[in-house]
Ligand binder design. Sequence first.
Ligand SMILES: [Zn+2]
Length: 318
Amino acid sequence: MPRDSFAIGPVRVRAGAARDLEIPITRLITGADVGLPVRVLHGKEDGPVVWVNAATHGDEVVGVEVVRRLLGALKPREMRGTLIAVPVLNVLGVMTGERYLPDRRDLNRSFPGSARGSLASRIAHLMMTEVVAKCEVGIDLHTGSDRRSNLPQVRADLDDPRTRELASAFGAPVMLHAKIRDGSLRHAARERGATVLLYEGGEAWRFDEWAITAAVDGVRRVLTTLGMVDPVEEEPPAPSVECRASGWVRARHTGFVHLDVELGQRVEEGDRLGSIADSFGRTLRLVRADRAGVVVGRAEAPVLNGGDAVVHIATPEG
Ligand SMILES: [Zn+2]
């Protein structure tokens, strides 16, 4: 018995085939239609239905490249199950070069959305009804924002055994237990019963190769664990460092910052992380670690105001 075709939007995708479609979102002032680009890879054999999406925030382009590379390497004829890829969820944000939507709303606070709500709410609703509702597992790819870079990390509800298993399989350097944020894609999808991983890595508006590679490998390992694709021969990644809590060290002075720490570096409480200087280069303040842990994020902007976030430290378990 051949596998049933997969229905999405106005199309049906045959088993063993891939299909691109655009699900209508809205019409621009010029009269041009804007749609959500989606590619479905409907595997030849039965298996789970999974989505991977990028650019929930319009400036977070690392995931767009991750999806491109994944799609280039996957063949539906050799796959079990179905992958729904949404490379640019916040289409209008990507178009206008903005993190948010033209109505200033944060798409990741607009879930589950509604068909007659704001533009953000409509895109959220479309994603929920056309994609999430059909899936049992989802991966939401993010990037650091506001001129900050993130160590490749999975943020997920590690208290849920299934989520934890897939987060471990991803094999990012760090997995961080993260409480659900109301209005987020992750929260709304959880409510519908999906297992969701959120990936963070790299810097907004950059194709950071290390963040792209970590995510391409991580998503592939998750698909392998789910039995959708055959394993590739590789050295198993070092186990993710599990962290339950994290916090930002903030600038205690306005000035030019020089950081001495790299992403992934281990620090002890009180360690020097960098310094803040005035325009003549005189040191005004040292930046010190307020806790022991792993550096999972850092400011990339040289000019900081007092109170700005400088270094993000996550505390490993045990
Ligand atoms: Zn984001």
